[in-house]
Write a protein that binds this ligand. Structure first.
Ligand code: PLP
Length: 387
């Protein structure tokens, strides 16, 4: 682009202003080739060899993500889990890593089973408490600190800058799962993180029609080169069509995230005063434990995710929560988050044994519908659940 935009909204809306020099198309084609021609003298001057390692279909989406996260390089993956696990698989057996007790459950599960079996020393801690991080890091031995903020499903907030200082002083990298915050609200690399991870399945794509993951690094270092190899060799590589859809989804990222944040704030405030609700967990509520840190590292909103703990009904809190979810009409009873449509789920049922989600908790992903419709639907569901 000749004109360098000052605002990230412009970067995403125009996908960095890409134009196809040959056809003058303003959206890229979908490259589907699995292999690339070798030069007659046996070289690969194009830099492309085989699509498990690399694919021109990724270039534009990776460049947009890099610009939004202010990073050096980005990599797309076949899922958020493929991206996250690549960060750990680029370490060596015996390395010590710290991860939060409250985090995306499937990654926690992988860390405590597969990764531990493979030789990583995984320690789960109260990551939102800098004193706990300080006490747990082992200088020279801890190679990675993984945080998620706000973190599923309690929306626990972790101070990125404070955790980065502790990790770096111990010689460890800091990686942030920023799926819920998105680059619209938080830029972890600018706060000192080394890596940002996104389940691009969620807000980055935003339409619940693909599964994808992404990593962005602050620097092209040895660990990043190993991450790149993990993708190329293990093959957690995104498909061409999904990469193209993701780029299209990211064009409206700012509009969608801002709309979801505004509605989530209103829903959180509304239901925190509701007679059938015991507690609303949302970083945008002034009484929420992580609100102060969230204010300092989230700009323009506190995210589209919140959880509602319902009051106990005649059959207990869990039954009341499940009954409320049973009676919604507009909200969709489904897992996942970050789409245009609002979702509701009884989180303990999804996570199973060992979940930090109390049995009375409903996790809400707020979409971009009219907020009054969302509030009215929840109101009638609660009325019917407690009738
Ligand atoms: C915060 C967070 N991180 C990572 C993931 C994993 O992403 P994916 O489902 O694309 O593998 C999810 C999925 O729900 C998530 O919510």
């Amino acid at each position: 682009m000749d004109f360098k935009p000052a605002h990230p909204e412009t970067v995403s809306a125009q996908a960095l202003g890409w134009i196809d020099e040959r056809t003058r198309a303003i959206t890229p084609p979908i490259h589907v080739s699995s292999t690339y021609l070798r030069d007659a003298d046996n070289q690969y001057r194009s830099g492309r060899v085989y699509a498990r390692a690399d694919n021109p279909a990724f270039d534009q989406a990776e460049a947009v993500l890099c610009a939004l996260e202010e990073g050096a390089q980005a990599l797309l993956f076949a899922s958020g889990m493929a991206a996250a696990t690549a960060v750990f698989q680029a370490l060596a057996p015996g390395d010590h890593v710290l991860a939060p007790r409250v985090m995306y459950w499937s990654l926690r599960n992988w860390l405590t089973t597969f990764a531990t079996g493979w030789g990583l020393q995984v320690e789960l801690i109260d990551m939102h408490d800098p004193a706990a991080v300080q006490a747990a890091v082992r200088p020279g031995h801890t190679k990675l600190v993984w945080i998620e903020t706000p973190a599923n499903p309690l929306w626990t907030v972790t101070d990125i800058a404070a955790t980065a200082s502790i990790a770096h002083a111990a010689g460890a990298l800091l990686a942030v799962d920023s799926t819920v915050a998105t680059p619209v609200l938080t830029r972890p690399l600018a706060l000192g993180a080394d890596l940002v991870m996104h389940a691009a399945t969620k807000y980055l794509n935003g339409h619940s029609d693909l599964v994808a993951g992404a990593l962005v690094t602050r620097a092209d270092n040895e660990h990043w080169q190993r991450v790149r190899k993990v993708r190329a060799q293990l093959g957690g590589t995104l498909g061409s069509f999904e990469a193209w859809l993701l780029l299209r989804g990211m064009r409206t990222l700012h509009l969608r995230v801002r709309a979801a944040c505004a509605s989530a704030q209103r829903i959180a405030e509304h239901f925190s005063r509701h007679p059938h609700v015991a507690e609303v967990l949302y970083p945008g509520l002034p009484g929420f434990a992580g609100h102060g840190v969230a204010r300092s590292q989230m700009a323009g909103g506190f995210g589209g995710m919140l959880s509602v703990r319902v009051k106990s009904g005649p059959d207990g809190g869990e039954a009341a929560a499940i009954a409320t979810a049973a009676h919604v009409g507009l909200w969709k009873r489904a897992t996942s988050l970050g789409g245009t449509e609002s979702l509701i789920e009884h989180r303990a049922s999804v996570e199973g044994a060992g979940t930090p989600a109390p049995p009375d908790l409903l996790r809400l992903s707020v979409g971009i519908e009219h907020v009054d419709d969302l509030i009215d639907d929840m109101e009638q569901a609660l009325r019917r659940a407690y009738a």
